[in-house]
Design a protein around this ligand. Structure first.
Ligand code: ADP
Length: 642
């Protein structure tokens, strides 16, 4: 694009000048040279113009401009063989000979700069200067040059770029000035050609220079981007590695302790370290202690490594106290490091960063290499990021350890309690049976008559023994359900089970002035169930409804076929259960606030029911709105063989 523009400009400019000089030439030709001489001279000039125009191109580099000048001079020399031609270029206050034409050996010392006031004058005025007889006084500075070229008379033509003093000048020298008229149009043509081309070429050159600068700038930016890019990639790799560790650690069922070791391993690989350890602050001992899972340290060395926080000669302690990262190229010879530990682990390069959990410092991360002067500030920065992640994992490990320790303690206590209850229940059952037997015998009067007071007291004893027996039997049930009791599954007809339970409970319901209704669907499919245990669940729900609904209440038992499961519900219109208690009523020993002192109970009925239903692969739940009654339902999967 630029080349095309330049070519068009150059050709346009030279065309216009050609035409101009053609006219001018015609006018200035001396009339007395005659028609033929005039035609020949005109012919020479036009062929000169035509031939040189073919070379009129914009040079791509500055030296091409010199080539082109030489080309013009050679061409001109062909037309005026006896002449000398010199081209000067204006420098800083001086003129420099850039091109010349004459077949002789040029002395290099002549190619130098000349102070030449005549050229200055001509270049400013822009006119041709004609010296028919060169006097040495005029050209003192170039006298030697002119004598070498045998210049006795000279015609000087400035290259006149638009609106400025000439920067180049052609000197046409001859032994005598006879040719000066004829050479004038040639010189003007060459001057105009070269000045317009030089202008364009200067622009091209400037453009090229600008493009080169731009290229260099772009290259520099690309290089910078490359460096930044590879740093980013490195960061992304580090983050990914971290992410993998963190997700591994926080994933379900993963051991946080292993996660800590994994992260230290990753650090070791990322920075090519030989030793990586996290030193955590032990508040009790006021020491920094190496945590398990460290990389490159034997357990024995780990035990040897603990530093009192009072020991400020230790670089780890200082990092811990100041929270400032530390790096050294040779730990074993650095006075700021305890050489003892550097030697113990045989490390030279060392980095230490603080491990902070939010605004609390919990320890330091120590990374060492056997090679001296090995770690870079970039790696120190990476370590700082890792330390943040590590802090979270360490907290998780600590929490996890505390929780699992507590869970273990609780499980152990629970086991002891279950064993104790089971033993006590068994131990109580036999004497209670004996007591109940003898109380019944005494109450029946078989062993002698009793007065009214004795009868009343014994009735109270009998009732208490019944409650105690009920509690013991519940405890034994629960202990069996917690143990390895096997359900004896068989095809069971829930209709029949409900019917039998409802009829057994009718007497109790009537005593409490409660109306009990069986509203089961007629055709309920069979389920696989242990009838003794499921019967006990239905009993528990019915007993509760009768107990808690209160006098005058109504209790309905319903059953629905839900396809995959049969749902049995016992619904009453009693006081219901407060929202906040609903999720707790199935817990062992839980008793409602309203019932605890009003209604006798053990708090075990619903816990037993839940355990039984779940052992059948079913579910049990409660729906209740306080004041609007309670509805207890359980669902059992339908037997596969219908
Ligand atoms: P218990 O009846 O021996 O207290 P349960 O495990 O059977 O033990 O019941 C736990 C608690 O659930 C009861 O103490 C009572 O507060 C509440 N509850 C159970 N059934 C009902 C009901 N039908 N209406 C109101 N509260 C009930």
């Amino acid at each position: 694009m630029v080349t095309e523009l330049i070519a068009a400009t150059a050709i346009g400019a030279t065309g216009a000048f050609g035409a101009y000089w053609y006219l001018k030439f015609k006018c200035v030709l001396p009339m007395e040279t005659g028609q033929r001489a005039s035609q020949k001279a005109f012919g020479d000039f036009t062929s000169f113009v035509r031939e040189t125009l073919e070379r009129a191109y914009a040079p791509e580099q500055t030296e091409h401009y010199g080539d082109l000048t030489n080309y013009y001079l050679i061409k001109l020399h062909k037309v005026f063989p006896d002449s000398s031609m010199l081209v000067f270029e204006k420098g800083k206050g001086e003129w420099k000979l850039t091109n010349y034409l004459k077949s002789f050996k040029m002395e290099p010392k002549l190619l130098t700069s000349y102070k030449w006031s005549a050229l200055d004058r001509s270049s400013t005025e822009g006119e041709l200067l004609r010296f028919d007889e060169v006097r040495v006084g005029d050209y003192q500075a170039v006298a030697e040059l002119f004598s070498v070229f045998d210049i006795k008379s000279a015609l000087m033509c400035p290259f006149q770029p638009a609106g400025g003093a000439a920067e180049r000048m052609i000197v046409f020298g001859a032994a005598n000035p006879a040719q000066f008229d004829a050479v004038q149009p040639y010189l003007r043509f060459i001057a105009s050609q070269l000045s317009s081309i030089s202008k364009v070429s200067d622009q091209v050159f400037a453009l090229r220079k600008e493009t080169d600068n731009l290229k260099n700038e772009v290259n520099a930016v690309v290089k910078e981007l490359d460096v930044a890019g590879s740093r980013l990639i490195q960061r992304a790799r580090e983050r990914k590695a971290l992410y993998e560790v963190v997700t591994k650690v926080t994933g379900p069922g993963e051991d946080a302790q292993n996660g800590c070791a994994a992260i230290l391993n990753i650090v070791a690989k990322m920075v090519e370290a030989d030793v990586v350890a996290s030193l955590l602050f032990d508040e009790g001992k006021n020491e920094l202690v190496v945590s398990p899972g460290s990389y490159g340290i034997t357990d024995a060395d780990r035990m040897l490594y603990s530093i009192p926080v009072s020991n400020q000669a230790s670089s780890s302690v200082r990092t811990f106290l100041t929270r400032k990262p530390f790096i050294t190229a040779d730990a074993q010879n650095d006075p700021d490091v305890l050489a003892r530990y550097a030697k113990l682990w045989d490390i030279h390069s060392l980095m230490i960063v603080p491990i902070c959990l939010r605004d609390r410092i919990i320890g330091v991360l120590r990374v060492g290499s056997r090679r001296a002067d090995f770690f870079t500030p970039d790696q120190l920065e990476f370590l700082t990021i890792i330390a943040d992640e590590l802090a979270i994992i360490i907290e998780m490990v600590t929490l996890y350890e505390n929780i699992s320790k507590k869970a273990q303690e609780l499980a152990q206590l629970n086991k002891l309690k279950d064993e104790f209850l089971s033993t006590v229940s068994h131990e109580l059952k036999t004497p209670l049976t004996t007591i109940k037997g003898f109380v019944s015998v005494i109450l029946s009067g078989e062993v002698g008559p009793l007065n009214e007071q004795q009868l009343n007291f014994l009735a109270v004893v009998d009732q208490s023994v019944n409650r105690l027996t009920h509690l013991i039997s519940n405890l034994l049930d629960l202990s069996r359900l917690n143990g390895k009791v096997e359900m004896e599954f068989q095809k069971a007809d829930l209709k029949e089970l409900v019917r039998s339970a409802v009829s057994t409970m009718q007497l109790k319901a009537r005593e409490k002035k409660v109306s009990l209704f069986n509203e089961l669907d007629k055709d309920l499919p069979a389920v696989q169930a242990d009838t003794r245990w499921i019967g006990q669940v239905i009993d528990n729900l019915l007993i509760n409804a009768i107990k808690y609904a209160g006098s005058g209440a109504r209790v309905n038992v319903s059953g629905t076929d839900k396809g995959e499961a049969i749902v049995i519900c016992v619904e009453d219109n009693g006081p219901g259960i407060p929202m906040e208690e609903q999720k707790m009523v199935f817990d062992k020993f839980y008793r409602g606030r309203a019932s605890i002192n009003q209604v006798p109970g053990t708090g075990l009925g619903l816990a037993i029911s839940k355990s039984v239903v779940e052992k059948h692969g079913g579910k049990i739940w409660v729906e209740s709105r306080p004041g609007k009654g309670a509805k207890f339902c359980f669902a059992l999967p339908v037997s596969k063989e219908k």
